[in-house]
Design a protein around this ligand. Structure first.
Ligand code: NAD
Ligand code: ZN
Ligand code: ZN
Length: 361
């Protein structure tokens, strides 16, 4: 059996997205069909539409989603119809060299659905990050469904599926922020703001938010930044050093993805401190640093894909903290929109008006 549902499709490079009817097959072995309840609009969706990821058009966009499992294929035991789940793009294989050495957050062979979703004429769709959740229903590998407490709001929960998890994880997993640490976050969009919330959860004593937009700094304060720096008006490195006794922060998280902000992060950390790059650069960007400084300053320069998260470990834990009022996921939901408003949301994102627009179905 197949299902005809409405979905947001990007047909060609730079062309506005369109609302289309697509065909979703019933789940095969190891797959799950999920009825989507909410899906956030992430920068990566826009990258796909602009051809910045690859040329496999048409794309089925959307990947920060929560919903309810409608049916599962043969051999699926971890989730069942009726389960409330957050979709993830790290369904770990358990068998690759990363998984075998117990570091499955690096899994090099993550799973997606084997069957294809298609347009009505049979054209195969490429789901964004193997998900494709700006749709009434989507087909994923069962391992991409992480069961969480169903009393959580879908709009807030879905955000853990990508950007918010990336930011929180950059602080608590990759940066290993601990009690009493000083942390600076450069770039306070959805990802950076989440890194601030993560640093707080981990017990950081000082959390410095840096952005060029005062609106973002105001939200950062709401999420627990103890200090803010507008780096349009002040030198970010000087300001961070001044706020940390002249030394720099223990952990600096770069959540923009540009060489100039990376350099700020590099010099704004204390000797032996850690830099975490969670912002995603574009292919033409280059970084030049004195190698002696890389050596002489010691510490660790790390990058963070998806916040080094393990969905099965991190999603239920973060949803519990959310439900206890200790992690304000609702603060990331700037607006809720309908399925046919994704293009408008891209514009608002471009102007920096939102942390997240979330499609609610
Ligand atoms: N590593 C991952 O797994 C992962 C996952 C999702 C997103 N990302 C990436 O994280 C980055 C941030 O994503 P987002 O959703 O928060 O985007 P966003 O556009 O909401 O936020 C970017 C923020 O950076 C600020 N900014 C821009 N230039 C700056 C500068 N020179 N100095 C200081 N601040 C500056 C902007 O004002 C904005 O607040 C993107 O590169 C995105 O692709 C990474
Ligand atoms: Zn693996
Ligand atoms: Zn994303």
């Amino acid at each position: 059996m197949t299902h005809q549902v409405r979905a947001v499709v990007a047909r060609g490079k730079g062309a506005p997205v369109s609302l289309e009817t697509i065909i979703v097959p019933d789940p095969g072995p190891g797959e799950a069909l999920v009825k989507i309840e909410a899906c956030g609009v992430c920068h990566t969706d826009l990258h796909y539409r602009e051809g910045g990821i690859n040329d496999d058009f048409p794309f089925l966009l959307g990947h920060e989603a929560a919903g309810v499992v409608e049916s599962v294929g043969e051999g699926v035991t971890d989730v069942a119809p009726g389960d409330f789940v957050i979709l993830n793009w790290r369904a770990v294989c358990g068998q690759c060299r990363a998984c075998l050495r117990g570091e499955s957050w690096y899994c090099f062979n993550t799973h997606n659905a084997k069957q294809k979703m298609t347009l009505l004429d049979g054209t195969e769709l490429s789901p964004a990050l193997g998900i494709g959740a700006f749709a009434e229903k989507t087909l994923v590998a069962a391992g991409q469904c992480t069961k969480v407490d169903p009393t959580a709001s879908a709009a807030a929960a879905g955000l853990l599926g990508c950007g918010v998890m990336a930011g929180i994880g950059a602080a608590i997993n990759t940066g290993n922020v601990g009690r009493g640490d000083s942390v600076a976050v450069i770039g306070c969009g959805g990802v950076g703001a989440a890194a601030i919330a993560g640093a707080n959860l981990a017990g950081a004593a000082k959390v410095i938010a840096v952005d060029i937009d005062d609106r973002k700094l105001a939200t950062a304060e709401k999420l627990g930044a103890t200090h803010t720096v507008n780096s349009k008006d002040a030198d970010a490195v000087e300001a961070i050093r001044e706020l940390t006794g002249g030394f720099g922060a223990d952990v600096v998280i770069e959540a923009v993805g540009r060489p100039e902000t990376y350099k700020q992060a590099f010099y704004a950390r204390d000797l032996a401190g850690t830099v975490v790059l969670v912002g995603v650069p574009t292919p033409e960007m280059k970084l030049e640093l004195p190698l002696l400084d890389v050596f002489g300053r010691g510490g660790a320069l790390k990058s963070s894909w998806y916040g080094d998260c393990l969905p099965s470990r991190d999603f239920p834990m973060l949803i519990d903290l959310y439900l206890q009022g200790r992690l304000d996921l609702d603060a990331f939901v700037t607006e809720t929109i309908a399925l046919d408003e994704v293009e408008k949301a891209f514009e608002r994102m471009h102007h920096g008006d939102v942390l997240r627009s979330v499609v609610v179905l």
